[in-house]
Design a protein around this ligand. Structure first.
Ligand SMILES: Nc1ncnc2c1ncn2[C@@H]1O[C@H](COP(=O)(O)OP(=O)(O)OP(=O)(O)O)[C@@H](O)[C@H]1O
Length: 606
């Protein structure tokens, strides 16, 4: 609730900045809306003139010569008012679309520059909700609510002026409910109290986010709940999120109860003050006919007040939403981008070596570093394996090479150049990264592979698929490489997805390959195919491999054992076995586990 809570006015100004030069459309649209607010009063006044003329000559109505003129004038002003409103809306809509589009573009352009590791901590669903949802919300605010709000504010001002044309005492009486209603609205939304509307939208959105995240976790975990016969309460986070949301909403409703009732009574109760005032004033009215026509004007106006105040109320709510949207979008835009080196200061990759020197890195907000003072040289063409207990820091080390994060201390060099000084495109061309759970995008298998090198020919895509042992996947579907991933009936197992991802990396043909080996493959057949694909990918390349199964690292040029964020041992397989340290223990455990598997399998077969 600190600096981010821009006031509604600021929020609109910040939103309009996204419209660029087109924000003048929003200003002109708002001016037209303001004019329309004034013009809605004028026909009421003119109709009152008609009434006054008729009352003055009653019952010889044909003598009211000007009445027709006033009536036509009222009609003309109403038409001009409607045209102003229409033109204003057209302009605010154009500005609103521009704001929403530019907001989306700014966020997308910015997230493209933030460290890739940012996406680990910020689920794609949450980012999508902010980028798309907030932009959508602001569209409605700029296009409709802002002009409505302005028109609704200028109308009472115009009325204040008009009021002096008639009976100003009755005019003042009519304004009492308006004043009470504005006070109630300020009470609900304007005050800087923690339970007030100003902060409600932020807390409401946060509670909703927590609830939807917890709900997703809950749905994902349903199989576990069923298998272990747990109740809903086992999902404490979901339950707590619902209770939290309920408490927050209840607190807000309790807070709003009194001011909302006062406001609704006030905006609907103009008659309650107008009629007694009229009764009191009638006794002292000199010209009763004139008094009656004035009274009629205020009767018509009181209905108008209700509409105006309702519009102000809804617009205020929308402005609070805009404020919240701006805050969320600003949160994204405030994420420190990864600096792109200026071309004159750029360093270029000269070979396929990788070197980490004195590297220390802590995740944002983490109390202890995930890796500490790590130095590791990987000569061009060598295969280095990172092994070690879970949580030791292997993936973190590997992720520093393609700049998922930048280390706080030390340097990471590829081909002799500090990765921070290598232009992003050059670094991405040099390093291929194969994740444990590589995702496939909605699109054909060929599109998914071609992402490795967009200008690759169909033949090259096919060759990469074959090298990655994908022949059986392609043969499985009648449309082969043109099969759309994610369409009905197209399901790829984890191992199959990884082979497609390997084909993508093979097609990319980058000289440095960072491999995060999958912990578990679906079946031995898949595993053997993946090993072959990995072999094809690694041939002739510099490979940094995070290995979970030690059988794959036996032939590595160097094995680095990572534990507690530091490299505790390094050497070849034989050297490390001879040293009898952590690696030797891990190897013994691994051998035992494999033995157990074989025996278990044998027993099962028997
Ligand atoms: N995105 C993240 N944000 C904060 N901390 C993280 C993040 N990713 C990993 N960590 C922490 O950093 C430490 C090292 O994790 P890392 O994933 O690098 O280990 P690992 O050796 O690759 O483990 P595994 O073999 O289980 O994949 C762990 O304590 C982990 O909790």
């Amino acid at each position: 609730m600190e600096k981010a809570e821009a006031r509604s006015g600021n929020a609109i100004a910040q939103l309009l900045k996204f419209a660029g030069p087109r924000r003048c459309l929003a200003y002109v649209g708002s001016a037209l809306a303001a004019l329309n607010g004034v013009l809605t009063i004028v026909p009421l006044v003119l109709v009152w003139f008609v009434l006054r003329d008729f009352v003055a000559v009653a019952p010889r109505y044909e003598l009211a010569a000007d009445a027709t003129l006033w009536a036509w004038l009222a009609f003309a002003v109403a038409v001009v008012g409607a045209l102003c409103y229409f033109a204003g809306l057209m302009l605010t809509h154009t500005a609103a679309f521009r704001v929403a589009a530019n907001m989306r573009k700014a966020c997308l352009a910015h997230v493209a520059k933030v460290p890739l590791g940012y996406f680990d901590a910020n689920a794609s669903g949450r980012l999508r909700r902010i980028i798309d949802g907030c932009a959508g919300q602001t569209e409605d605010v700029i296009a409709h609510k802002m002009p409505d709000f302005i028109a609704s504010c200028t109308a009472p001002v115009a009325f204040l002026v008009a009021m002096f044309l008639f009976d100003w005492v009755m005019g003042l009486v009519c304004l009492i409910p308006v004043a009470v209603s504005l006070f109630a609205m300020w009470w609900m939304m304007g005050r800087d109290v923690p339970e007030g509307g100003r902060f409600f939208m932020q807390r409401y959105q946060e509670a909703l986010n927590r609830m939807s995240t917890a709900a997703t976790e809950y749905v994902r975990g349903i199989p576990v709940v069923k298998v272990f016969q747990q109740t809903v309460h086992s999902f404490k986070a979901f339950h707590a999120a619902i209770i939290d949301y309920r408490d927050m909403a209840t607190q807000y409703v309790n807070f709003c109860r009194l001011p909302q009732v006062v406001q609704l009574v006030a905006i609907n109760g103009t008659f309650a003050v107008l009629v007694p005032a009229a009764i009191l004033l009638a006794a002292s009215a000199g010209d009763f006919a004139r008094f009656l026509t004035d009274f009629l004007f205020y009767v018509v106006f009181s209905a108008f007040t209700t509409t105006v105040m309702s519009k102000i109320m809804y617009a205020s709510e929308a402005l609070m939403m805009a404020e919240d949207s701006v805050r969320r979008v600003n949160e994204i835009l405030a994420v420190e981008p990864m600096e792109e080196v200026r071309s004159e200061a750029a360093e270029h990759v000269s070979d396929a070596s990788v070197a980490l020197r004195g590297v220390t890195f802590s995740y944002p907000g983490a109390a202890v570093p995930a890796v500490r003072d790590v130095t590791l040289e990987v000569p061009a063409g060598a295969t280095v394996a990172l092994v070690g207990p879970s949580g030791g820091g292997k993936s973190t080390l590997a992720s520093l090479i393609p700049r998922f994060w930048d280390p706080q201390e030390g340097t990471v060099a590829v081909g002799g150049a500090d990765v921070r000084a290598v232009p992003t495109a050059e670094l991405m061309d040099t390093v291929a990264f194969v994740f444990q759970n590589d995702r496939l995008f909605k699109g054909t298998l060929a599109d998914n592979i071609r992402m490795g090198r967009p200008d690759a020919s169909d033949e090259e895509v096919r060759a990469a698929a074959e090298a990655a042992q994908c022949a059986d996947i392609i043969a499985k579907f009648p449309e082969g490489l043109s099969t759309v991933v994610g369409s009905a009936g197209v399901y790829l197992s984890g191992g199959e997805c990884q082979r497609i991802a390997l084909a993508r990396a093979i097609l990319k043909d980058a000289p440095v390959v960072v491999l995060d080996e999958a912990t578990a493959f679906a079946d031995p057949e898949n595993e053997a195919l993946i090993q072959q694909a990995l072999g094809r990918l690694a041939a002739g390349k510099t490979v940094l491999m995070i290995a979970h199964r030690l059988s794959t690292v036996v032939d590595a040029d160097l094995i680095a054992v990572v534990d507690g964020g530091v490299i505790v041992e390094r050497g070849t397989h034989d050297e490390l076995l001879a040293a009898g340290g952590l690696y030797a223990r891990l190897w013994a455990n691994y051998q035992q586990a494999t033995q157990w598997k074989i025996e278990g399998g044998g027993a099962h077969a028997a």
